[in-house]
Design a protein around this ligand. Structure first.
Ligand code: PLP
Length: 355
């Protein structure tokens, strides 16, 4: 009994096509759970983009460990977003010509080239995110290093991973572009993340000699939510009286109604607290302090029954959840489907059906 993602194939593909057509240089990103679709499926879809002349020459994965899931399913070059480190997993020699490494420190570039003098790589610039990358002095040092080495590998560009601050990235991008030019690097390609379409347009206009390559996951794969439907099955239905005990912990029903056992639990990633972009740190801390889901009748579940989200009757089980439906609602039957509102990046589906 499954948690199922049903994709309206025509509508999804039409969105992918529209986004690819309006985003020159697009680099699809497939990492983690593959935005709910799995990395393998997104790699096949990247090949579909290539087959339809919609780009798809490079696919970005998150980590070296993810390369294997993507490699056999598309012919694209594979950009690894996590910076290369000397102690990381080795790339299989057969795959090495397709891999583009991200390098975030001058000493890593020296070590990478010592290992593979033909390595393809992008240099990551440190942005206001303060995640990975080189500041201006390190970038200049790297420029000197590349100019002075006989076997400099293949510099494929410079990468900027910007925060999600919608709409005001341009001053920072201009500063980073100046740092890039000052470093004297022999490249005209800039890989960017999280720029709005209007910012990309402004950037292309300001730097017409550069090739801008936007790395896009969410707004590509999940950009048309109307094409995606998530459903669970009602596995059992039990009437309960107010105060009646139920569940692993012998809790009492808060009022009379029905307990529904539905497919989908912690193994699917349901009911886990994931930070959402708009939540304050304080709110996140208090959610953690509550132990996630402890007060019956308080923790809202992602299951929609009779038109509204229902509360968890107790914390979700591994593959199923108990939810509480108060009296007065229309009660589904065993075997009915219910809609589930999930975070796609934290959900593992049992089945993915592309219609
Ligand atoms: C995940 C990731 C992206 C894609 O982010 P979305 O918000 O899903 O488009 C782009 N760049 C980098 C460096 C990433 O790690």
């Amino acid at each position: 009994m499954s948690l199922t993602l049903t994709v309206d194939g025509d509508r999804w593909r039409a969105h992918l096509r529209r986004l690819a057509e309006s985003t020159p240089g697009l680099v699809p990103v497939a990492k983690g759970n593959g935005y709910g679709f799995t990395i393998g499926r997104l790699a096949r879809r990247t090949q579909w983009l290539a087959d339809h002349d919609l780009g798809g020459d490079v696919l970005a994965v998150g980590t070296y460990d993810e390369l294997e899931q993507a490699a056999d399913r598309c012919a694209a070059s594979l950009l690894v977003l996590t910076p290369w480190r000397p102690n990381g997993p080795a790339v299989h020699p057969d795959l090495a010509p397709r891999v583009i490494h991200t390098v975030g420190r001058p000493e890593d570039l020296e070590a990478l080239l010592a290992q593979d003098p033909r390595a393809r790589f992008v240099l990551e610039q440190l942005t206001s995110m303060l995640r990975h990358g080189m500041g201006p002095a390190q970038l200049r040092e790297t420029g000197r290093l590349l100019a002075g080495t006989a076997r400099p590998g293949r510099l494929e560009g410079v990468a900027m991973h910007l925060p999600l601050a919608a709409g005001d990235h341009l001053p920072e991008v201009h500063r980073l572009m100046n740092e890039l030019v000052a470093a004297g690097l022999d490249t005209d390609t800039v890989w960017v993340s999280h720029l709005l379409p209007s910012e990309l347009t402004a950037l292309r206009a300001a730097y017409p000699d550069f090739r801008i390559r936007p790395r896009v996951g969410t707004s590509l794969w999940l950009g048309d939510r109307g094409a995606l439907r998530v459903t669970a099955r009602v596995l059992d239905v039990h009437p309960v009286a107010r105060g009646q005990r139920f569940g692993y912990r012998g809790r009492r029903a808060p009022r009379s109604g029905h307990l529904l056992v539905v497919s989908g639990g912690t193994s699917h990633g349901l009911g886990l607290v994931a930070p959402t972009g708009d939540r304050a740190l304080r709110a996140r801390a208090s959610a953690l302090a509550r132990g996630g889901l402890d007060a019956v009748g308080v923790a809202r579940s992602p299951f929609i029954v009779d038109g509204a989200p229902r509360v968890f009757a107790e914390p979700p089980h591994m593959q199923a959840s108990m939810i509480f439906l108060p009296d007065g609602c229309s009660v589904p039957a065993v075997g009915d489907e219910v809609e589930v509102r999930v975070r796609f990046t934290t959900t593992l589906f049992d089945r993915i059906v592309v219609e």
